[in-house]
Design a binder for this molecule. Structure first.
Ligand SMILES: C[S@@+](CC[C@H](N)C(=O)[O-])C[C@H]1O[C@@H](n2cnc3c(N)ncnc32)[C@H](O)[C@@H]1O
Length: 334
């Protein structure tokens, strides 16, 4: 095939990526992986278990096998080796809450044209500011799923050994805080987030048996007071939810709440100066367009500039190989 035709076929194939996503999301909605948790089952047995049509379920199960999400041997279907680690609820590397969030947001993507035309989200509610407990729990658990991919790695890499107090601003489920506390016995943390989210955060922190080392501040970090002074502030996946203006103001406020020599650590999906790469941050900018009032992804230079304007020095990026183009920028209050 010519290069042009390879390209053409690859573009044509993109439509099927949506089909793949629907297959995975539907497998979670039907609890297929849980149904196969204890033993392989045939399509007939599974259809009776789920109350599903046998013929269509078999087509569906075969598609799951074709995608590597299930395995089959003769008429029997079973979870794969890695599937048992990521598709079963309660496993540390479970991803079902994130897939569930993607299912719930799928309808919003169908409004992308309206968002591009109007310049802002048409989704309700704004995903970055969920204020009722059930939605906040679903969102926080999805954030936990993604954070679990590298939180332990990061806790070994970030120099927090000499820090006594950490502010996790917009800490969500608290997954990063939990790992930082495990890795740094002398550290205590304050997690600042919206009240509805903090209900889920408390559950995770208590499960990790860290309740005595964590305190909470409920509020909107753009308008409510941050109380106290801290040795470091971690802001993970916060700046992409809001406008440059709000981020500038937020970094200035954070600066005031750091001790001399205090560290700011910003983790996010950073764009290269061309704004078109890496691919994930470029696409995630649209995720923010679709789901928030003024969010988008930013370049290293933009965020570094906000940090310097706020008074920070020694701005530098940490070069780790992290999933989805995640990167970190740190700075110091002199
Ligand atoms: C994308 S999540 C990131 C959670 C966590 N930092 C992580 O990386 O796993 C953003 C978090 O910021 C919180 N948040 C967003 N806007 C906020 C605001 N104005 N005030 C306080 N918290 C906010 C959300 O509730 C959510 O928990």
């Amino acid at each position: 095939m010519s290069r042009r035709n390879v390209y053409r076929e690859s573009v044509l194939g993109i439509g099927y990526d949506l089909v793949k996503a629907c297959v995975l999301q539907t497998a979670f909605e039907l609890w297929i992986f849980e149904a196969l948790k204890d033993a392989p089952k045939s399509a007939l047995v599974l259809s009776e278990h789920l109350g599903a049509n046998r013929r269509s379920l078999e087509l569906f199960l075969n598609a799951l096998v074709s995608l590597g999400f299930l395995a089959s041997e003769g008429p029997m279907y079973q979870n794969t080796k890695y599937g048992t680690e990521i598709f079963l609820k309660g496993k540390p590397l479970y991803i079902g809450d994130m897939v569930g969030l993607q299912t719930r947001s799928a309808g919003n993507w169908l409004k992308l044209k309206e968002c591009v035309m109007s310049g802002t989200s048409v989704a309700q509610p704004d995903f970055s500011k969920v204020d009722h407990v059930e939605a906040a729990s679903g969102f926080a658990r999805a954030m936990h799923n993604t954070a679990m991919g590298h939180a332990e790695f990061l806790s070994r890499k970030l120099p927090l050994a000499s820090v006594r107090s950490l502010l996790d601003l917009g800490g969500g489920p608290g997954t990063f805080t939990i790992h930082f506390l495990h890795a740094n016995p002398g550290l205590r943390a304050t997690i600042f987030d919206l009240p509805a989210t903090l209900q889920t955060t408390r559950t995770f922190v208590e499960q990790a048996k860290l309740a005595e080392r964590v305190s909470y501040q409920e509020g909107d970090f753009n308008c409510d007071e941050i109380k106290g002074m801290f040795g470091a502030c971690f802001m993970s996946h916060i700046i992409h939810s809001q406008s440059a203006e709000l981020n500038r103001a937020l970094l200035s406020n954070v600066f005031k709440h750091l001790n001399p020599d205090g560290r700011l650590i910003v983790q996010d999906f950073f764009l290269n100066p061309d704004r078109t790469s890496p691919q994930f941050p470029a696409l995630f900018a649209l995720n923010m367009l679709v789901h928030t009032e003024s969010g988008q992804t930013y370049t290293f230079d933009e965020v570094a500039q906000w940090m310097r304007e706020a008074g920070f020095e020694e701005v530098k990026s940490l070069k780790f190989r992290l999933p989805r183009g995640i990167a970190l920028l740190t700075a110091k209050k002199s």
